[in-house]
Write a protein that binds this ligand. Structure first.
Ligand code: IPD
Length: 293
């Protein structure tokens, strides 16, 4: 059966199969990133701006993910950050960020991830898709966050495996808030104004550099909340399932699903506040722009 946004009834056997493929792919790509990192790793190309880099390893990691997913699930679609966009026939699409936190990887800062999510629906329609199973490998710490719909979220690493249960700070003033910035200078300038206004209202702010890890760290309670505007499905597909299965709310301006316009994760009261806060500032910015033009 399929509902109005193309969401199917998915059996638990299929969910489990997708979950084990997600884990296998995330682990294999993580291993590739560590073991085959060239000593002289450099920037292979830029995307949205000169600061939006892609390395040779982003491409190799995506190629490996495509190969492994094709072997395991030849009829599924693929939607990868580095440009592999293929429609499938099974109703399942894999959304993959082969390195989330590419700039950290380039600079050897230990906060980058591989995010692999199996989703149903159309990833190009806001609110028209939902993750079913996901794995986010936190490569530098050799741990993997993972979840399947209805089955809770877990992290497995050198210390063993534990279930994640989100419980963020009740008060905004005691919240450790994470955010991120886009790659375009004008977008960043606006995001900077917003951060300047929020900073005195919260415990502190982190800019970690990997949206997938930001979401997983809200799930694990290492952050209280996270918001960012301008992210893409590959940045948030895996983290969405992991955070929501841990009990966090994931929302945008339009409802309880993330979009390119906004992604907010945390307690209901906090994300509602942040959503309104960002909406009000964006309207003011839009009015100022309109006056200037
Ligand atoms: C980026 C990271 C970063 C976020 C950017 C993303 P990438 O992904 O998740 O934290 O602030 O919006 O584009 O480019 O490293 O895959």
């Amino acid at each position: 059966m399929v509902d109005s946004v193309g969401i199917m009834d998915i059996t638990s056997a299929l969910t489990q199969e997708l979950h084990s493929v997600a884990l296998r792919v995330a682990r294999s790509c993580a291993q590739l990133l560590v073991e085959q990192r060239p000593a002289d790793l450099g920037v292979a190309a830029t995307k949205a701006s000169a600061t939006d880099v892609v390395t040779e390893m982003d491409r190799r990691s995506e190629d490996l993910a495509v190969e492994l997913i094709r072997q395991a699930r030849p009829h599924d679609g693929f939607f990868g950050e580095e440009g592999t966009h293929e429609a499938g026939t099974s109703g399942i699409t894999w959304i993959v960020d082969p390195i989330d936190g590419t700039v950290n990887y380039l600079y050897s800062l230990p906060a980058y991830a591989v995010s692999v999510a199996a989703v149903e629906g159309d990833p190009q329609i806001d609110g028209g898709w939902r993750p079913v199973a996901a794995a986010v490998a936190n490569v530098a710490l050799d741990e993997v966050f993972h979840a399947q719909r209805g089955g809770g979220s877990f992290v497995v690493g050198p210390q063993g495996e534990r279930q994640l249960r989100f419980s963020g700070a009740r008060e905004l003033g005691q919240s450790l808030l994470a955010t991120g910035f886009g790659y375009e200078a004008t977008t960043r300038a606006q995001q900077g104004l917003l951060v300047a206004e929020l900073l005195p209202k919260v415990r502190d702010i982190r800019r970690i550099g990997s949206a997938a890890l930001d979401m997983c760290w809200v799930a694990s309670g290492q952050l209280d909340a996270y918001y960012e505007a301008g992210c893409y499905p590959w940045d948030f597909a895996g983290g969405w399932l992991i955070a929501s299965e841990a009990g966090a709310v994931v929302r945008s301006f339009d409802g309880d699903f993330p979009t390119h316009k906004l992604l907010c994760v945390g307690r209901r009261e906090t994300v509602d506040y942040l959503t309104e806060f960002v909406a009000a500032r964006s309207q003011t910015q839009d009015q100022k722009e309109a006056k200037r033009n």
